[in-house]
Design a protein. Structure first.
Length: 344
């Protein structure tokens, strides 16, 4: 048998195997809108739905997908949307897409800049509990949030988290920061880390395991990411980062694979079972998250933390399930932020 004949037979067997797997998935009674290995969003989405719908400013919803998402999240009982943008555009888009705006309030403004400013103003006076990005650039919305006049800034640096449901991993996995902080310094990484820890604790992980990532798992003076990782590990041990076990530097493989950690004889409470991956910079985090989405079939719910209200940054490529999970994270975060503070 020639090599080409062997290859052809192998490809035919592989094709039959793939078709069998597809047919198996079709006939298996999977929950709606789920595939094998997914479903880790379900518990916190149910928790969020049990809370009253959250008044949310949808900023410049001038696209069909943004309007459809706002309507869907209202229907599911997660959000009570306030649409902020040019009213004539919003109504024209709704009419063209046959979307009903009944029950939705519109705050008319002229353009996207004004929409961002008005949303931030309403959040600062407590008229809305969260912000949701519509069809404007993230930078435009975040610039309004970070403006000195916004009153939404806190002592904590804002950061983005991807809460990922990766079929090949045994639990939810947070990657931070993959969307906002480009090259964070040590103090900024401390805030990024604490934001993610607070969210994971809110999701029921009592003491999250944080892997501070670098290309290698040993400290190297020529590699700044390893120095920051070592410093963050000590900061956690000294109480400067609270509520988690932090270890680094760890490479990606030994952060999420026990076999990889054992092969390198790494003695760590975090190695092989991380809940949070703290990346060295935005490039690394963004590429890692998108590789998991497109190569590993992961879902990635996203949220911005560290401001006085949670901020939902949606993407045009997000599925309805991911948008719902992102909104649910915002609902739970807002509920926690609005809890009465204990008096010492």
């Amino acid at each position: 048998m020639t090599y080409s004949q062997q290859s052809l037979r192998s490809e035919r067997r592989r094709g039959r195997s793939c078709r069998s797997l597809v047919e198996s998935c079709k006939t298996t009674d999977w929950p709606k809108d789920m595939i094998p290995g997914h479903g880790r969003y379900d518990s916190f989405v149910r928790r969020a739905i049990s809370i009253s719908p959250m008044r949310t400013a949808v900023v410049h919803p001038c696209s069909e997908e943004t309007l459809r998402s706002a309507i869907d999240l209202k229907t599911r009982g997660l959000l009570d949307p306030l649409l902020i943008g040019p009213e004539h555009k919003i109504r024209a888009i709704a009419e063209a897409a046959a979307l009903s705006l009944v029950g939705l309030d519109i705050e008319p403004v002229e353009h996207s800049h004004a929409a961002a400013d008005r949303a931030v103003e309403l959040a600062s006076i407590g008229k809305v509990e969260a912000l949701m990005k519509g069809s404007l650039h993230s930078d435009e919305l975040l610039s309004a949030v970070l403006s000195p006049a916004s009153r939404l800034r806190t002592e904590r640096r804002i950061s983005h988290v991807y809460v990922m449901d990766v079929p090949a991993y045994s639990k939810l996995l947070v990657i931070t920061d993959a969307a906002i902080n480009i090259r964070p310094n040590l103090d900024q990484k401390r805030d990024i880390c604490q934001n993610a820890i607070d969210l994971m604790r809110l999701l029921g992980v009592e003491r999250p395991l944080v892997a501070v990532l670098a290309a290698v798992e040993t400290v190297n003076s020529k590699m700044p990411a390893t120095l920051d990782a070592a410093a963050l590990t000590v900061m956690a041990a000294r109480g400067q980062i609270e509520g988690a076990i932090v270890d680094g530097p760890l490479a990606f493989d030994n952060a999420i694979s026990i076999k990889a950690a054992q092969a390198k004889c790494i003695n760590s409470q975090v190695a092989g079972q991380a809940d949070i991956l703290l990346v060295p910079d935005l490039d690394a985090g963004n590429m890692m998250a998108k590789q998991l989405i497109y190569f590993a079939g992961a879902d990635a719910a996203g949220l911005v933390l560290g401001a006085r209200v949670p901020i939902i940054l949606t993407s045009r490529s997000d599925t309805a399930k991911v948008r719902m999970a992102s909104a649910a994270l915002a609902v739970l975060t807002a509920a926690k932020l609005n809890e009465p503070k204990a008096i010492a």
